[in-house]
Design a binder for this molecule. Structure first.
Ligand SMILES: Cc1cc2nc3c(=O)[nH]c(=O)nc-3n(C[C@H](O)[C@H](O)[C@H](O)COP(=O)(O)O)c2cc1C
Length: 182
């Protein structure tokens, strides 16, 4: 059995950046989730209606990996449809799950309506004991102090090789250690 499979969904690139960095760091297999519908407004509407068009089948079998790392954004405080579809379609083939998100909400507002903690709770409820750890890598970690709570700046900032340093890189390293140790 192999150690890690990293499965990610990303619309604007930040979670792809993180997933690729993690795959490199752990020498892990990497797979991008392919939703059957790509438009954000349509996915949000379907989510609201409780409908899920699902994802295309993965190339890898999650059962062949000790640990699955799922990565993707938070939208409207929700667990986004492609990530949810992955859990629904593959739950019984996952041994241990880790979740990480590069999201807009930052630590001080994690429990607010649009905070990442809602998504963590949802995943833990769906996966139970199999969900070992959830980690947030908020985009605010790459912003200067005066912009850390500025909604427009948060929404327009993406992770890049230039801004991936300091607080976000430190939190990423802690996550890597957690993945190796637990
Ligand atoms: C329609 C939309 C809604 C969003 N809502 C939230 C939210 O409720 N909470 C949050 O933390 N981030 C929210 N975000 C910010 C994204 O989570 C953030 O930009 C993320 O890094 C995007 O990931 P990606 O570049 O991999 O697609 C939202 C972004 C979009 C486009």
């Amino acid at each position: 059995m192999k150690d890690f499979l990293i499965v990610f969904y990303s619309q604007t690139g930040s979670n792809r950046f993180l997933a690729e960095k993690l795959a490199q760091r752990l020498q892990a297999d990497l797979e991008m989730l392919q939703p059957r519908i790509k438009s954000i407004p349509v996915l949000l509407l379907l989510n609201k209606l409780g409908l899920n068009p699902g994802i295309r089948p993965l190339k890898q079998n999650p059962e062949d990996f000790k640990k699955i790392v799922l990565m993707g954004p938070v939208w409207m405080g929700q667990f986004v449809i492609p990530l949810k579809a992955f859990i629904k379609q593959y739950n019984d083939r996952i041994h241990r799950l880790y979740f990480a998100t590069c999201c807009g909400s930052y630590d001080e507002v994690k429990d607010d309506k649009f905070g990442y903690e809602h998504v963590f709770k949802k995943i833990k409820a769906l996966m139970g004991e199999k969900c070992v750890h959830c980690e947030a890598l908020p985009i605010a970690l790459v912003l200067p102090d005066e912009k850390k709570k500025d909604g427009e700046t948060i929404m327009n900032t993406r992770l890049t090789d230039q801004n991936f340093k300091g607080a976000i890189a430190e939190r990423f390293e802690e996550f890597v250690e957690k993945l190796k140790e637990t």
